[in-house]
Design a protein around this ligand. Structure first.
Ligand code: NAP
Length: 246
C-alpha cells in the first residue's frame, strides 16, 4: 500500500522537489499551495505521471480555517496520513530590527511557526488515531543557528522556534512510533530570495559556504525523503543541516 504524504507549500522550490521525489519513491501526495495554483498543478501532474494518487489543495497555513478545510479534504480523499513535510514558509525584505513592524512579525510567525504547529497538530492526531506511527520533517533554516542579523532576525527567530518545536514534539510522540525531525537548509536556489526582494541572494552569499556553492531544492528533497524513510528508523528529534557546511 502506498503511504500518504502531505507537503505544505509544494507549488515551488523545496516543497515541489520533495513532492515530485516522494511520488517516485512510492508515496501518494497531498500538494498544497497558497497562491501559485499553476505551480501546484504542474507538480501534481508530474507526481501523477510517476504513479501517485494526488490531492491538490489551496490552503493558507496562516488561516486556521483553511488548515481545517485542508485536513477535511485529506480525510475524505485518503482517510489516512503517514508523512508530513512542514515546508510552507516565507522570508521578508532585508531589514534591521528597528524597521520591523507588528504586521510583518505577525505574518512571519503566523505562517512559519503557528501554521507549522497547527499542521503538525492535525497530522499527529491522525497518526495517533491510525495507531501505526508516522514521520514528520519540519523545514527549518540555517538562519536558526546564524541569527541573520542585518538581514531578517524575525525569520531566523521563527526558524529557531521550529527547531525547538521539533525536539519537543519528537519527545511527545516517540513512544507512539511517530518520528519528528527537522532540516536546516542553507543557501538553496529557489524563488524565495526573489520573493524577499533579493533575487541574487543565494549566489551573492555562496562564497561564505565552505563548499563554495549554493544548494538545490533536489538536494534538500533527498534529505527529507531519507528522514521520512525506514532507513532513518532510529532517528528522531534530530536537526539535519543541509547547508554545504555553513
Ligand atoms: P519558495 O520557492 O518560495 O516556496 C515556498 C512555498 O511555500 C510555496 O509553495 C508557497 O506557496 C508556500 N507558501 C508561502 N506562504 C504560504 C502560506 N501562507 N500558506 C501556504 N503555503 C505558503 O521557497 P523555498 O525556498 O522552497 O522554501 C521552502 C521552505 O524552506 C521554507 O520554509 C523556507 O523558509 C525554507 N528554507 C529555504 C531556504 C532557501 O535558501 N531557499 C533556506 C532555508 C530554509 P505559493 O507560492 O503557492 O504561495
Amino acid at each position: 500500500m502506498r503511504k500518504v504524504m502531505l507537503v505544505t507549500g509544494a507549488s515551488a522550490g523545496i516543497g515541489a522537489a520533495t513532492a515530485r521525489l516522494a511520488a517516485t519513491r512510492g508515496y501518494d501526495v497531498v500538494v498544497t499551495y497558497n497562491s501559485d495554483r499553476a505551480g501546484a498543478e504542474a507538480v501534481a501532474a508530474d507526481a501523477k505521471a510517476a504513479g501517485a494518487r494526488v490531492l491538490t489543495c489551496q490552503a493558507d497555513v496562516a488561516d486556521p480555517d483553511q488548515i481545517a478545510a485542508l485536513f477535511a479534504q485529506i480525510d475524505a480523499e485518503f482517510g489516512r496520513l503517514d508523512a508530513l513535510v512542514n515546508n510552507a514558509g516565507v522570508v521578508d525584505a532585508t531589514a534591521r530590527v528597528t524597521d520591523l513592524t507588528h504586521a510583518r512579525l505577525r505574518r512571519m510567525f503566523d505562517i512559519n511557526v503557528i501554521g507549522a504547529i497547527l499542521v503538525a497538530k492535525e497530522s499527529v492526531s491522525r497518526m495517533l488515531a491510525q495507531g501505526d506511527g508516522g514521520a514528520i520533517v519540519n523545514i527549518s533554516s540555517a538562519a536558526a543557528r546564524l541569527g541573520s542579523g542585518n538581514q531578517y532576525v524575525d525569520y531566523a527567530a521563527s526558524k529557531a522556534a521550529i527547531d525547538t518545536f521539533t525536539k519537543g514534539l519528537s519527545d511527545e510522540v516517540a513512544a507512539d512510533n511517530i518520528r519528528v525531525n527537522a532540516i536546516r537548509p542553507g543557501l538553496i536556489e529557489t524563488d524565495i530570495h526573489a520573493k524577499g526582494g533579493e533575487p541574487g541572494r543565494a549566489e551573492r552569499l555562496a562564497h561564505m559556504v565552505p563548499m563554495k556553492r549554493t544548494g538545490s531544492a533536489a538536494e534538500v528533497a533527498d534529505a527529507v525523503l531519507y528522514l521520512l524513510s525506514d532507513q532513518a528508523s532510529y532517528v528522531t528529534g534530530s536537526v539535519l543541516d543541509v547547508s554545504g557546511g555553513r
